[in-house]
Write a protein that binds this ligand. Structure first.
Ligand code: HEC
Ligand code: HEC
Ligand code: HEC
Ligand code: HEC
Ligand code: HEC
Ligand code: HEC
Ligand code: HEC
Ligand code: HEC
Ligand code: HEC
Ligand code: HEC
Ligand code: HEC
Length: 459
């Protein structure tokens, strides 16, 4: 009611006597049933509503606008819907329409039913059955986005609706009619509808944590659905979030944008293995290759997979000692498996300690003016081998790991020897700490002496 009063106030320009209707009854009929029911014809077309004569009614002197070309249509709406119109004018939809692409969209493409595609029949978004409403919008977008003919010129895929319908989101909205999961318009602001290649787009990998996080970080909503609301924060702190430039995945990279689903446990090795080929290969070749783990809490069985040892969203290596951080979830504390985990952990730690020392040494040499390209090359080869060592760990073969550690260790030692020749100064500095010890001892003795001298007067 309040809204209607507001509409009536807004509609003050609509004159009581609208003679346009005398000659244009069909338009009036549609309009009377639309979101703009209280408006007059002149609110969009200008002209003289009180005129009985067509020429007077259509008078250019009264700025009459006839049927606008599709590319001019939005201009008719701008005076009252400035925000939506501005956003729309920036969209690929408006650009396609301006190019004359018949597949391009205008305001009426999404706000009217397919049977009455005219501005006179624009529906209130809140109306049941409104094409822009939560339950219909996917079908509205699909009118074009699932139509090969309409997508021909832009070369876009036509499977978003089909995928969405099969997803957890589509099921919630289209089948269960709950509607609190994502619709096309939640993930793509419908008016600007930017391409995911645009770094400002909410669908760009950099912004997906924000987009998906609006719901998946919402504790109340996720609790209602029995889902973990912590996934977003965990992903944000992960190596994946820090390495998007290297092609690391954001939310849609692992879950899919339209067929949003949780990978089956049996598919997780493959899902991660697309990018982490080494760990996936060695895992499959080692004792965990065929191993099936049964969760004692849920009694659910699944092949031992990546997310058992790595949090899928944490994207981080287990911390040493691995026996405690990666193996204890499934193996008994005093088992040989835990011992093997810890043994590999020590080997890995030793390799990394060597590497850190070598990098420091090379930097030291550089500061002293030695560029040493061949040492640099050797070191980056050792970096790569240490990286590959991590793959070996997935095969759970302490013997293989020990052999590799020994081989890499030898080369590290040789490189350290070469680098030390360029940083001889450090060896002559052994006396520096010794000198400091003497200085502290001296100061301490002086202090004691001073107290002894003062104390007789104190008593
Ligand atoms: C006396 C009858 C009459 C009146 C009154 C009248 N029109 Fe028309 N109108 C017509 C006829 C006939 C046509 C189709 C011929 C043409 O395109 O010029 C038409 C066409 C139009 C068109 C389509 C123009 C195009 O470019 O295709 C619009 C829009 C329109 N009228 C709006 C209005 C509005 C708004 C009013 C009131 C301010 C109005 N008319 C009053 C008879 C009338
Ligand atoms: C919300 C803005 C708006 C209002 C209000 C509006 N029109 Fe239109 N009208 C348009 C637009 C946009 C078009 C062109 C494309 C289309 O049909 O949607 C148009 C097209 C027309 C046409 C061309 C034929 C047709 O139906 O497409 C006529 C005639 C017309 N309007 C008459 C009227 C009359 C008479 C009224 C008042 C009863 C009216 N319009 C109210 C926006 C409006
Ligand atoms: C004279 C001002 C005016 C013009 C011109 C106008 N509108 Fe509206 N429109 C309104 C008002 C007022 C409402 C009701 C607002 C509300 O429901 O909150 C409305 C409602 C709507 C709605 C439903 C919004 C909702 O909240 O559900 C849509 C969609 C819409 N207009 C689209 C258009 C389009 C497209 C055009 C141009 C063809 C247009 N309007 C032209 C004033 C206008
Ligand atoms: C690609 C589809 C699409 C196009 C094109 C489109 N809209 Fe919308 N519009 C929507 C959807 C979907 C909503 C529902 C609200 C939401 O989810 O943001 C909406 C909402 C609206 C609303 C209500 C906003 C609110 O805050 O309640 C208005 C007004 C509106 N649109 C006007 C326009 C105008 C004017 C144009 C053209 C300049 C236009 N729309 C073009 C899809 C579209
Ligand atoms: C009337 C047809 C039509 C409708 C309806 C439509 N679109 Fe589009 N859309 C297009 C066309 C055509 C393009 C390609 C424009 C181009 O060539 O850049 C496009 C492009 C897009 C893009 C940019 C894709 C990219 O990567 O460049 C997005 C996102 C998009 N649409 C989302 C939507 C959503 C969401 C809806 C529903 C709310 C919708 N569209 C409704 C025709 C439509
Ligand atoms: C859960 C969020 C989400 C929903 C829901 C969603 N999209 Fe998308 N959409 C994305 C993301 C993210 C991208 C970026 C590309 C990618 O990762 O595949 C995208 C890309 C697109 C593209 C351009 C890329 C291309 O060529 O495929 C179009 C067009 C599109 N979506 C349309 C739709 C339509 C239509 C719907 C509804 C049926 C929809 N989207 C539902 C998130 C979503
Ligand atoms: C508008 C809120 C909303 C947005 C935005 C949203 N989601 Fe969802 N999503 C939900 C809800 C609610 C569910 C639970 C549906 C159910 O009960 O099955 C869900 C379910 C899922 C599931 C299935 C979970 C499971 O355990 O089966 C995945 C995966 C998912 N979303 C990923 C995403 C991704 C990726 C994005 C961003 C590209 C995203 N969602 C954006 C609300 C949203
Ligand atoms: C590296 C791949 C990967 C990335 C990136 C990723 N996920 Fe997941 N996600 C998974 C896997 C695998 C599972 C299932 C196993 C698990 O929960 O440990 C999962 C589970 C989920 C679930 C279901 C949780 C539940 O409680 O049942 C949701 C919701 C979800 N992810 C949303 C997201 C969102 C939102 C993002 C972005 C912030 C994201 N994921 C990023 C791989 C990923
Ligand atoms: C689309 C490619 C891609 C997918 C899929 C992917 N990752 Fe990653 N991952 C990367 C990139 C790129 C990095 C950062 C560079 C690096 O450290 O190798 C990374 C880093 C990591 C790291 C941290 C490495 C370190 O040195 O700290 C772990 C652990 C990891 N990913 C595990 C996973 C798991 C588990 C999955 C599946 C749930 C997965 N990744 C899926 C590309 C991917
Ligand atoms: C049994 C436990 C376990 C399983 C299962 C597991 N990982 Fe690991 N992962 C580890 C441990 C321990 C490390 C640390 C290795 C090291 O010392 O560098 C690691 C390290 C990594 C790294 C970092 C490599 C680097 O270059 O620094 C990546 C990436 C990785 N794992 C991906 C995966 C993928 C993908 C899967 C599934 C195919 C997987 N992991 C399964 C325990 C596991
Ligand atoms: C998700 C559960 C799980 C995790 C975590 C896990 N394992 Fe296993 N592991 C298994 C299962 C299941 C088997 C096969 C059944 C068995 O022989 O116990 C297995 C088998 C093994 C075997 C072969 C045992 C034999 O006697 O043939 C070794 C060795 C092993 N794991 C080492 C490790 C190490 C080291 C870690 C940590 C880096 C680890 N596992 C982490 C579940 C796990």
């Amino acid at each position: 009611m309040k809204r209607l009063l507001l509409l009536a106030a807004l509609a003050s320009t609509a004159s009581a006597e609208n003679r346009c209707v005398d000659c244009h009854e069909p338009q009036q009929k549609l309009l009377a049933d639309s979101a703009h029911l209280v408006f007059g014809c002149a609110d969009c077309h200008n002209g003289r509503e009180e005129a009985e004569d067509m020429d007077a009614a259509h008078s250019p002197a009264a700025d009459f606008v006839g049927r606008p070309a599709p590319s001019d249509l939005a201009r008719m709406c701008a005076s009252c819907h400035e925000k939506e119109t501005k956003a729309f004018e920036l969209s690929p939809h408006a650009a396609a329409t301006r190019r004359g692409d018949p597949g391009g969209a205008t305001c009426i493409s999404c706000h009217t039913l397919a049977a009455t595609p005219t501005a006179h029949a624009i529906a209130d978004c809140g109306d049941e059955g409104a094409p822009s409403g939560r339950f219909q919008v996917a079908a509205t977008c699909a009118r074009c986005h699932s139509d090969a003919e309409a997508m021909k010129r832009s070369g876009l895929r036509i499977d978003q609706f089909a995928q969405y319908r099969a997803s957890a989101h589509g099921y919630n909205v289209l089948e269960e009619k709950e509607g609190d999961a994502a619709t096309c318009a939640d993930c793509h602001s419908p008016h600007e509808a930017p391409s995911a290649r645009d770094p400002r787009s909410e669908t760009h990998p950099r912004n997906q944590a924000h987009l998906c996080g609006a719901c998946h970080g919402d504790v109340k909503l996720m609790t209602e659905h029995g889902k973990d609301p912590g996934v977003v924060a965990k992903w944000q702190a992960s190596a994946h979030a820090r390495n998007l430039d290297l092609g690391a995945p954001s939310c849609a990279g692992c879950h899919g944008a339209h067929y949003s689903h949780v990978p089956e446990p049996a598919a997780i090795r493959e899902s991660c293995g697309r990018c982490h080929e080494g760990p996936a290969r060695e895992l499959a070749a080692g004792p965990h290759g065929p191993a099936v783990h049964t969760d004692p809490a849920t009694l659910a069985s699944a092949p031992v997979h990546c997310a058992h040892c790595h949090d899928a969203h944490g994207g981080a290596k287990p911390l040493p000692p691995y026996g405690a951080t990666a193996c204890a979830a499934c193996h008994a504390a005093d088992s040989h498996e835990i011992a093997e985990g810890n043994a590999m952990s020590d080997l890995s730690a030793a390799l990394h300690t060597d590497l850190v020392a070598l990098h420091q040494k090379l930097e030291e040499a550089r500061r002293r003016g030695h560029d040493l390209p061949s040492c640099r090359e050797t070191l980056s080869a050792l970096d790569a081998r240490t990286h590959d060592f991590a793959s070996l760990v997935h095969g759970v073969s302490p013997a293989k790991c020990a052999a590799e550690r020994e081989a890499v260790g030898k080369e590290s030692k040789a490189l350290m020897g070469r680098l030390s020749e360029f940083t001889p100064g450090e060896r002559r500095l052994w006396w520096v700490p010794v000198m400091w010890v003497f200085v502290f001892l001296g100061v301490g003795l002086l202090f004691l002496k001073a107290r002894k001298l003062k104390s007789p007067q104190g008593r």
